[in-house]
Design a protein around this ligand. Structure first.
Ligand SMILES: [Zn+2]
Length: 365
């Protein structure tokens, strides 16, 4: 027997959305409250300047994720991602291959790569495949169609950044605004791609045909769109990234509305380009502070079971029950009492002191 002291034992945390290749950043790009399109410019600039591979940042990000109690992860990866790092890691990672092609010319080679990604060869596979057509402004409609079909045919999940910023809604609504300026700068602006009068709901309807869809952010989804997601909760979820949301000073997140409607809301750290670290516990603590009306056990579920459901492995992980893998973490608690033990977990900055991860086998068990 080991006496762990005053601690909470929790299911391993599920970080449903990260881009680990930015994990070498010591602080976010730009400054809090900056325009989203200007931030995208900084991200593009960084991609252009960075020499070599993403090996060090990704390695660092995997280690940091484990240190903060994450046991399952949804990672967005570039076409040149390094499979070995995920193959060797104890984390149960779904690797969503990022597909960015606003013009038809770049589509064919990407789709070939996507097909290889969802049908990997070899038997010792410790990561799971997924696809991530990036966002409405960076993905040609035909590419999105093809990714949705591939997701359905190969039964892999799909992640799509949607309703993330006001600027994106403006582009969909009117075909203009700061995003239009950026696309013109990049030489990828085809006005025919943005017929006026579109909205996130048009995309949700299209994405509903995928095997499983994670809507990343969904900061500006309206009531009708939230109802649509609730009606498709078996196969569609939203990933809320609380501290990234705060970084851009978006309008208040419609979390209570989503939960009341029955949407499966998972949590993500997003990347260190917009978040201070890769702590999913930090994200849960932020939710607890900003939404005092939401019960502690619900917040705990957002960071565990809902993440597992969103990624499609709710029957394997996400809660401590017979038949599931025993991925669990131990979090130190402050030396005081509270009527609700969740308060001790969330109203605290105590660290994860131990984690136990039963590595997922190549047979999926
Ligand atoms: Zn993202």
């Amino acid at each position: 027997m080991e006496d762990l002291g005053n601690v909470a034992i929790l299911p391993g945390l599920v970080n449903a959305h990260a881009h680990l290749e930015f994990s070498d950043l010591s602080e976010p790009l730009g400054e809090p409250g900056m325009g989203f399109v200007d931030w995208i410019r900084l991200v593009i600039e960084r991609f252009r300047q960075r020499p070599g591979t993403s090996e060090q940042p990704v390695r660092h990000g995997l280690e940091e994720s484990i240190r903060w109690g994450t046991t399952a992860l949804g990672e967005i990866a570039q076409p040149n991602w390094l499979a070995d790092l995920f193959e060797q890691s104890v984390l149960d990672t779904t690797v969503f291959l990022e597909l960015i092609a606003p013009t038809p010319q770049r589509m064919a080679p990407l789709l070939e790569l996507a097909l290889r990604h969802v049908r990997p060869v070899g038997t010792s596979r410790h990561w799971r495949p997924g696809l991530s057509p990036h966002a409405p402004y960076s993905v040609h409609p035909q590419l999105l169609d093809a990714a949705v079909s591939l997701s359905a045919a190969e039964r892999v999940p799909l992640a799509f950044h949607l309703a993330e910023s006001r600027e994106e809604l403006e582009l969909l609504r009117s075909g203009s605004g700061p995003f239009r300026g950026l696309l013109e700068e990049l030489g990828t602006c085809d006005p025919e791609l943005f017929p006026p009068g579109r909205r996130p709901l048009d995309y949700l309807k299209q994405l509903a045909a995928a095997h499983r869809t994670l809507i990343i952010h969904g900061n500006y989804l309206d009531g009708e769109e939230i109802a649509f997601l609730a009606g498709h909760a078996e196969r569609m979820s939203v990933v809320y990234c609380p501290r990234t949301h705060d970084y851009f000073r978006h309008d208040a997140y419609p979390l209570e509305k989503m939960l009341a409607a029955g949407v499966v809301v998972a949590l993500g750290t997003d990347s260190r380009a917009s978040s201070p670290d890769l702590s999913l516990l930090g994200e849960m603590r932020r939710v607890a502070r900003q939404f005092p009306s939401i019960a502690g056990d619900v917040i705990l579920r957002l960071g565990t079971l809902h993440g597992a459901l969103a990624l499609g492995h709710g029957s394997e992980v996400g809660s401590l029950e017979p038949g599931k893998r025993a991925d669990l973490i131990v979090v130190a608690l402050p030396e005081r009492d509270a009527a609700d033990p969740h308060e001790l977990l969330f109203d605290s900055d105590k660290p994860v002191i131990k984690n136990y991860i039963s590595r997922r086998g190549a047979d999926g068990g």
